[in-house]
Design a protein around this ligand. Structure first.
Ligand SMILES: C[S@@+](CC[C@H](N)C(=O)[O-])C[C@H]1O[C@@H](n2cnc3c(N)ncnc32)[C@H](O)[C@@H]1O
Length: 275
């Protein structure tokens, strides 16, 4: 079967299947096609993957409403393929966009000590370690399964990332290491927010936070001096409607050197704070 025919038929026969999700399946199954560009270059060629397998994944995804990444046990982040299993948060495009901005901003700086708080699958820490080769990158995570997956992902690419098993709420008060760059994509959804059924297949500990979703920001910002070097930068991913409440938390902690940046969809989703 020709690739174009497969794409057209799959979208026509499965109206609930988005093109983005279909592409994820193709990128996962095909040995050659790993990007939109390659898809267009190969669109009139014979498919190089098992059609039955592709249809099986599509059916499982649509009928059982299991995230694609849990079915394929893989996700793509900043052009690399990583492992994932259930009980691990699935990295989002917005986080990939933030990481690409960080890589651009810091590409000429060397020997950084970097911390990724709430590291999950390790997508942020492992990507930064891959690009900042002479820096030391640490990932901090409370839960066992994400830590195991982050270490598998580190080993897949022979990286030096160091993963620490800790609860940030305790660790931030007792540790004595300071970092030049801290990145954190914490759980930030309010506990009464109604999420889609498919998102609720992801671990609750990765999604929801107390105090209207703000607890991680409150605790980290009130202890920022324990973990961030002078002139260092802490970067948060935040919820699209949290900017005003974050400005209040910054004020309460007398932090004045900060700026918000937008994500690729024009929403205020990144907060940069300097000490
Ligand atoms: C939104 S996910 C982010 C994962 C990853 N950084 C990413 O961007 O895909 C938040 C992560 O924080 C972890 N977590 C939740 N509470 C924590 C705590 N108190 N201390 C450390 N990690 C925690 C969760 O297990 C989850 O892996």
């Amino acid at each position: 079967m020709i690739l174009k025919e497969f794409v057209d038929d799959s979208l026509k026969n499965n109206p609930e299947l988005s093109k983005a999700n279909l592409l994820k399946i193709i990128f996962f199954l095909s040995k050659e096609i790993k990007s939109n560009e390659l898809l267009h270059l190969n669109i009139n060629k014979e498919i190089d993957f098992d059609l039955k397998k592709a249809n099986k994944i599509i059916n499982k995804f649509l009928n059982k409403k299991i995230p694609l990444e849990y079915i394929t046990k893989s996700f793509n982040f900043y052009n690399n393929e990583y492992y994932i299993t259930k009980n691990v948060f699935i990295p989002r495009d917005e986080t990939e966009f933030l990481v690409s901005n960080i890589i651009k901003k810091y590409k000429d700086v060397s020997n950084l000590k970097v911390l990724d708080i709430c590291s999950g699958s390790g997508c942020i820490s492992n990507t930064l370690q891959m690009h900042f080769k002479d820096s030391m990158v640490y990932g901090l995570e409370k839960n066992k399964t994400p830590l195991k997956i982050a270490n598998m992902n580190k080993n897949k690419y022979s990286l030096n990332t160091i993963f620490i098993k800790a609860n940030i709420f305790k660790w931030i008060k007792t540790n004595n290491m300071k970092f030049d760059l801290i990145v954190c994509n914490p759980p930030y959804i309010s506990k009464d927010y109604k999420l889609d059924k498919i998102v609720l297949k992801e671990p609750k500990a990765a999604l929801f936070a107390d105090n209207d979703g703000l607890l991680f920001y409150e605790i980290i910002l009130s202890n920022i001096k324990n973990i961030l070097e002078l002139n260092g930068t802490l970067i948060f991913e935040i919820g699209f409607d949290q900017k005003d409440r974050l400005i209040n938390i910054l004020k309460e902690n007398k932090l004045t050197n900060y700026n918000f940046e937008k994500d690729q969809y024009g929403l205020d989703r990144n907060l940069y704070i300097k000490l």
